[in-house]
Design a protein around this ligand. Structure first.
Ligand code: 5RP
Length: 274
């Protein structure tokens, strides 16, 4: 059916990011060095990306990583969610002081499927980061590029339903096309609060295969379209088993037990990433 109101550019890129058949996505987050520098699992970032790219649906990463760490033959093989904010480092306590770092023209030149902006609701730089989001949406909308808003959580914020729903709803209101946030109790209420905007769940610090798979399972069962995990994949001793297990949960509605069986099946070939 032809929808005269559909923004074709946005929809086309959304379909590259989120599988239009099952409305799910396994996004792989490899953007950490933009404020963390060398990170466990990403010390040889080219190797990490080459190893895991075939198994994800979309790679969330930075301009520098696209330029330096994606093998020429892999360029264009998966949609890129390009991080376009930064300006801080872990050497500063207050991480919220971010600005836009990449222009929309550069994102288009790099063939990004979408661009990602972090917002720090309730932080010292709340207004600046919301304006980063709205400015990028103003630019990106002109060219049909979807913007993913990341609800980054400052040290003093609780990762609970109240806070995360507030932050996510503000991102939706700004015009974000996808929201990345953290999992919390009663997560389905957050998904409902921002419906129909799709929600992907962030991984957070490395935990353990059962815990990370359980979080992926709980997230999609509660209505998330998928996950955007980083450290819980690339810092695991068996990163391929981990991402395969997550794909089984997200795309095939497998249980955590079934996903762990998939994870374990890859253990003999486990390849720890530097
Ligand atoms: C959260 C981010 C990070 O840069 C990163 O993507 C987090 O990934 P993970 O927590 O799964 O390692 O977007 O602010």
């Amino acid at each position: 059916m032809v929808n005269a109101y559909l923004d074709i550019g946005i929809q086309s890129r959304m379909n590259r990011i989120i599988n239009s058949k099952d409305n799910r996505v396994v996004m792989l987050a490899i953007d950490h060095p933009y404020f963390q520098g060398p990170t466990t699992g990403l010390r040889n970032m080219s190797n990490t990306i080459t190893t895991l790219l075939p198994y994800c649906d979309c790679l969330m990463t930075t301009r520098g990583a696209v330029r330096s760490n994606i093998a020429p033959e892999d360029v264009g093989s998966k949609p890129i969610m390009l991080r376009v904010t930064g300006g801080n480092s872990v050497l500063f306590d207050e991480l919220s002081d971010e600005k836009l770092t990449v222009t929309i023209k550069e994102a288009i030149r790099m063939d990004a499927a979408g661009v990602a902006v972090s917002v720090y609701i309730g932080s010292a730089n709340q207004q600046q980061t919301i304006i980063n989001l709205t400015e990028m949406i103003n630019h990106a909308d002109e060219y049909g590029i979807p913007v993913l808003a990341v609800t980054a959580v400052g040290k003093n914020m609780a990762r609970n339903l109240r806070y995360l729903s507030l932050a996510s709803r503000i991102c939706q209101d700004a015009g974000a096309r996808i929201i990345k946030t953290y999992y919390c109790e009663e997560f389905s209420k957050l998904v409902d609060a921002v419906a129909p905007t799709p929600v992907v769940v962030a991984g957070g610090k490395y935990s353990s295969p059962p815990d990370a798979l359980q979080m992926a399972y709980n997230s999609v069962q509660a209505g998330a379209v998928g996950v955007d995990f980083g450290r819980n994949i690339f810092q695991d001793d068996n990163p391929i088993g981990m991402i395969k297990g997550i794909c089984a949960i997200v795309h095939e509605n497998h249980t955590v037990k079934e996903a762990l069986d998939i994870y374990n099946a890859y253990l003999p070939d486990a390849c720890k990433l530097d």
